[in-house]
Design a protein around this ligand. Sequence first.
Ligand SMILES: Nc1nc2c(ncn2[C@@H]2O[C@H](COP(=O)(O)OP(=O)(O)OP(=O)(O)O)[C@@H](O)[C@H]2O)c(=O)[nH]1
Length: 368
Amino acid sequence: MAGFPIPVSVLTGFLGAGKTTLLNRLLRDPALADTAVIINEFGEVAIDHLLVEQASDGIIQLSDGCLCCTVRGELVDTLADLVDRLQTGRIARLARVIIETTGLADPAPVLQSIMAHPALVQAFRLDGVITLVDAVNGNATLDNHVEAVKQVAVADRIVLTKADLAADPCEVEALKARLRQINPGAEVLDAGDSRIGAAALFDCGLYNPATKSADVQRWLGEEAHHDHHHGDHDHGHHPGDHDHRHDSRVRSYSLVHDGPVPFSAIEMFLDLLRSAHGGRLLRMKGVIELRGDPSRPLVVHGVQKILHPPVQLPSWPDGQRGTRLVLITLDMPEDYVRRLFAAFTNKPLIDTPDRAALADNPLAIPGR
Ligand SMILES: Nc1nc2c(ncn2[C@@H]2O[C@H](COP(=O)(O)OP(=O)(O)OP(=O)(O)O)[C@@H](O)[C@H]2O)c(=O)[nH]1
C-alpha cells in the first residue's frame, strides 16, 4: 500500500501542561499538512476540540472519554476509519496522525491498542512519544503522580513548557536535570524556543533514515557505559523539594553483551520481561549484533508490552559493534534484570541459575 505505514505521534503531558497550545502552533506549520489529529478528553464536556484550530488541510477527529481505558475500541475504530477513507479516496493523503492524550493517561495502553491490532499495525507505525512538562508545576506533578513520571519515562522528546512563567531559572535547570535522570535518552526541548517545530518533534522513531543513527547514538552512546540509579543520587539536586518517591522507583539499566547473539535469545529475554512484567518495563530500546548478520545492527524499541517491528540499519552508527539494550523500569530489581539477561546471552554470573532453570519459573521476580 503506497503511503503506508503512516507515522503516529502521541502527544502527552500532565493536565494543563500545554498540549493543545503546542498542537495549535504545530498545525500552522506547512510541514504538518495532511495530518489527522485525534483528541482524547477526560470528563463529560468535550471542549478541547473547540480550542484546536482546524488546520487548512488537516482533519480533526474527536474522541470522548478516556483513551487509556474506556475508548480504546473507539481509537481503533477511528484509525481504521481513516485507513478506509484513504483507500476509498475520500481522503487524498494522510501523512501523519497525532494523538493527544488526556493529561491523566499512561500513554502505553494507547500505543498498545494501535500496535496490537493486526490491521492497524500494517497501516500505522509509532513515530514517537512527545511528553510536555510544565516548568512551573512539573516538580510537584512528578512527586505526586506516577503517571506523570511514566509519561516522562516513555518519551522520545520532552518539551518543557511555561519556562517563561518560572520565577527562578535555577529551578528550571533542576527540573531539566530531573527529567534527564528519569529518561536519559530523550532530548529535552524548550517550548519557548521558536525553532521547536515539526522537524524537532516528529520523525523521532528509528524508522526515518535521516535520524535513525542520531537517535541510536543518543540512546546508547552514553548509556552503555554507566547506569543511572535515580534513587541513589537524585537527592539534593532540586532546591526545596527532595521527596521524589516516584522517580526513585524508575531506573534505567544498560545491558551490554560483546559479540553476536542469536535473535531468538534476545527475543526470549524480551518476551519474558514483557509478558511477565510489561507494566514495569516502561521503555526498552537497543541495538543487537545478530549472530546471523553481524554487520547490520538490529534496532529494537518498545513501550511496555509493545515491541515495535525491529528494524535493521545498514551499518553500525558509531562503528562500535555489540549488543546494547537500555531498559527503563518501574520497580524492577536490577539483580533480576541482569541475571535474566546474562542467562539468555549465555554468560552465567556467579551463583546464577542457567537459562533452563529460569525457564522453569520464568515469571518470578526474586523476593516478590
Ligand atoms: N506562559 C505560558 N503559558 C502556556 C504555555 N503553554 C501553555 N500555556 C497556557 O497554559 C494553559 C493550559 O494549556 P493547554 O494547551 O490547554 O494545556 P493542555 O495540556 O492541553 O491541557 P489539558 O487538555 O487540560 O490537559 C493555557 O492557558 C495556555 O495558554 C507556555 O509555554 N507559556
